[in-house]
Write a protein that binds this ligand. Structure first.
Ligand code: MG
Length: 273
């Protein structure tokens, strides 16, 4: 997550580089598995973050969120955003409650290559309306994965993502977007989950070697979001719930490679933390 701007063309990655990114992506997948397993009512978000930090340390990976520059540097290795919090929530003493939607976003660099992913975890028993929001958010990202190899331009994918969310009665956040990723976490291009005259002006071609962190944020109510006084946590203006799901995805001549997939990520150490 977070934002960055420059005008350089996207850097395309080789098969060897994608292999290195995949190793980083496996660690991110495993870090998020830890979060999913720990996210139970009564657990404080800071407790989960500390375990993830120890996990990255153990695997010689550099967590990319901690110290991220802002008005105050971001203090943790994960973003933990609950319910109406959209993104960039700071892990802390708040304990998870039954019915919460917890969004966890995390990224690391391993051997010089980055991977970034976010998941939304239903905590305990979650209301059907919120589960439907999560289902649609998950489908919006899956739609991007399915459409990427079929389309020439990103806007063709983004318009379908937006349409799917809106047809379900929800809205897509426009203040924050996905990004290219590689040696650094935030590379060009910016990857919006919607289309407008402005995003069409900055549209980009989908070509082999392009690696994108695609991360739709879908709100139950309006798309409007505000940043709270901690300078980081972004919440919905109407206080309604939001979901956030992200994968790092590579376009290759043979199809899409999911850099942060769970598939094969646990083969080395099936249950280890
Ligand atoms: Mg991201």
């Amino acid at each position: 997550m977070f934002q960055r701007h420059n005008n350089r063309p996207p850097e395309l990655k080789s098969a060897r580089e994608l292999g290195l990114m995949r190793e980083s992506g496996k660690l991110v997948a495993r870090a998020l598995k830890i979060c999913r397993d720990m996210a139970k009512p009564g657990v404080k978000t800071i407790e989960i973050d500390r375990v993830v930090e120890a996990f990255y340390l153990k695997h010689q990976a550099i967590p990319l969120f901690k110290g991220y520059p802002g008005k105050v540097p971001f203090p943790s290795v994960t973003c933990m955003s609950i319910n109406e919090q959209v993104v960039h929530g700071i892990p802390g003493e708040r304990a998870l409650k039954d019915g919460d939607l917890l969004k966890v976003d995390t990224a690391c660099r391993l051997n010089g290559w980055c991977a970034d992913r976010a998941i939304t975890i239903p905590v305990g028993t979650v209301r059907p309306e919120r589960l439907r929001l999560l289902k649609i958010g998950t489908e919006v990202l899956q739609m991007a994965i399915d459409e990427l190899p079929r389309r020439k331009w990103w806007s063709e994918v983004a318009s379908r993502m937006q349409k799917h969310a809106e047809e379900a009665g929800f809205s897509v956040v426009t203040n924050y977007v996905g990004h290219g990723i590689g040696r650094v976490m935030h590379e060009n291009p910016q990857v919006p989950n919607y289309v407008s005259r402005d995003t069409r002006k900055h549209d980009f071609r989908l070509e082999p070697g392009l690696v994108l962190a695609i991360e739709p944020m879908v709100n139950m109510g309006t798309a409007e979001v505000v940043t709270t006084r901690d300078h980081w946590t972004v919440v919905t203006r109407d206080g309604l719930a939001s979901v956030h799901i992200e994968h790092t995805l590579a376009i290759t001549a043979d199809g899409i490679v999911n850099i942060t997939s769970d598939e094969g990520a646990f083969d080395d150490e099936p249950t280890a933390v």
